[in-house]
Design a protein around this ligand. Structure first.
Ligand code: NAD
Ligand code: 022
Ligand code: ZN
Length: 375
């Protein structure tokens, strides 16, 4: 069938809106009509050419929501008409990782997903007979896409596509990092580095978990009101405290009899390796946990003195907020519909597919929290 797509033909070039061919779903696959998609940093990173695993031509996009319009042989968990969110982290419930209960990083289709093809090794997208790669198993920058059954979460039908698409990446990553990865408890003190589309969702996750002190750190003062909007209690601009950022933060968290200071939990939402070190070192000795969410550029390394870990700080990372997509994403949609979490104010721009390159520009200039394309 003909579908409308924003195609990444080569690195550093704008996406081209054009008609491409999409084959129907094969065994254990589903055809989705994509109703809305967010634009996220990793799409831009791949388009920039810096992503060593980036493939061209490809159809980017991994933060979508839509409706199942056809299912291939063997599909049992969803049917035509179901509303779904595509999952770049699938959940097969059968691989050693899924069965371990210790990680959300399902391995069932990992290698083919990285190669930009479906689990049978071929692409469903093509143009003039030449294949176009899938992206993160999702390719939501097309009005129809094909996904493995294990890579869709069925959601309730009254949820608005143009908002819940954000649960396909940013919301789940930020809120999940707090609840699944850090397991923050009531009364905790936390520091969030980077108040963009991820950091703000960490903040609202901390509010949900009942954290007492939520310090936001950003080099951009415009982010102060954004943080406060979602539950941040204190704001620090590193440019205004010089080289003493870590002692400054540790001092802020000293309270009552505890003259040591340091946060119970910190989160890197910048992808900057210097910030990752600051986040670890701003943790409380003995128990502080620092979670890396930001994705650093290829080849970057992190450093700290081993003393930081010997004295009980814990450094960990998270992908997709540690969420098991098919199980957890429908719950997060419920939280949104029940007003336990907010999404609407973070979607600062809504665009047509023809305007998608403008969405990338807004993100590069830090003018948007999230841009969403509505088909
Ligand atoms: P964003 O650009 O919207 O936000 C980043 C924020 O960090 C900005 O407000 C910026 O001003 C601030 N910042 C930059 N340098 C800083 C510094 N030195 N100190 C303090 N603040 C600084 O980006 P985003 O959409 O929020 O994404 C953040 C990161 O999360 C990206 O690296 C993205 O790739 C990553 N991410 C990871 C996952 C995952 O599963 N691990 C999922 C989604 C996104
Ligand atoms: C989403 N991300 C950043 C912004 N939006 C993002 C990028 C990468 C990952 C998670 C979120 C990630 C962390 C760990 C892995 N990935 C490896 C997972 C594994 O090996 O099992 C990751 C993922 C998908 C892809 C590449 C890397 C891909 O489909 N190409 C989850
Ligand atoms: Zn993303």
């Amino acid at each position: 069938m003909d579908v409308r797509a924003a195609v990444a033909f080569e690195a550093k070039k704008p996406l081209e809106i054009t008609t491409v061919q999409l084959e129907g779903p094969k065994a254990f696959e589903v055809l989705i009509e994509v109703k809305a998609t967010g634009i996220c940093h990793t799409d831009a990173y791949t388009l920039s050419g810096l992503d060593s695993e980036g493939l061209f031509p490809s159809i980017l996009g991994h933060e979508g929501a839509g409706v199942v319009v056809d299912v291939g042989p063997g599909v049992t968990s969803v049917k035509k008409g179901d509303h779904v969110i595509p999952l770049y982290t699938p959940e097969c419930r059968q691989c050693p990782s899924c069965l371990s209960r210790k990680t959300n990083l399902c391995t069932a289709i990992r290698s083919t997903q990285g190669q930009g093809v479906m689990p049978d090794g071929t692409s469903r997208f093509s143009l003039n007979g030449k294949p176009i790669h899938h992206y993160m198993g999702c390719s939501t920058f097309a009005n129809y896409t094909v996904l493995p059954e294990i890579a869709v979460a069925k959601i309730r039908e009254d949820a608005p596509f143009d908002k819940v698409c954000y649960i396909g990446c940013g919301v789940t990553t930020g809120v999940g990092a707090v609840l699944n990865t850090a397991k923050v408890e009531e009364g905790a003190k936390a520091i969030v580095f980077g108040l963009g589309g991820i950091g703000l969702n960490v903040i609202q996750g901390l509010r949900l978990a009942g954290a007492d002190m939520i310090i936001g750190v950003d080099v951009n003062n415009d982010k102060k009101h954004w943080g406060e909007r979602f539950g941040m209690t204190h704001f620090v601009n590193p440019k205004e405290v010089g080289n003493d950022l870590v002692p400054h933060l540790v001092n802020m968290t000293k309270k009552g009899a505890d003259q040591i200071g340091g946060a119970d939990y910190t989160f890197d939402c910048t992808g900057n390796t210097t910030v990752m070190r600051q986040a670890l070192e701003a943790c409380h000795r003995g128990w502080g946990v620092s979670v890396i969410i930001g994705v650093a550029e290829a080849g970057k390394e992190i450093a700290t003195r081993p003393f930081q870990l010997v004295t009980g700080r814990v450094w960990k990372g998270t992908a997709f907020g540690g969420a098991r997509g098919r199980t957890d994403v429908p719950k997060i949609v419920d939280w949104y519909m029940d007003k336990k979490i907010e999404i609407d104010p973070m979607i600062t721009h809504t665009l047509k597919l023809e305007e998608i390159n403008k969405g990338f520009d807004l993100m590069h200039h830090g003018e948007s929290i999230r841009s969403v394309v509505v088909y």
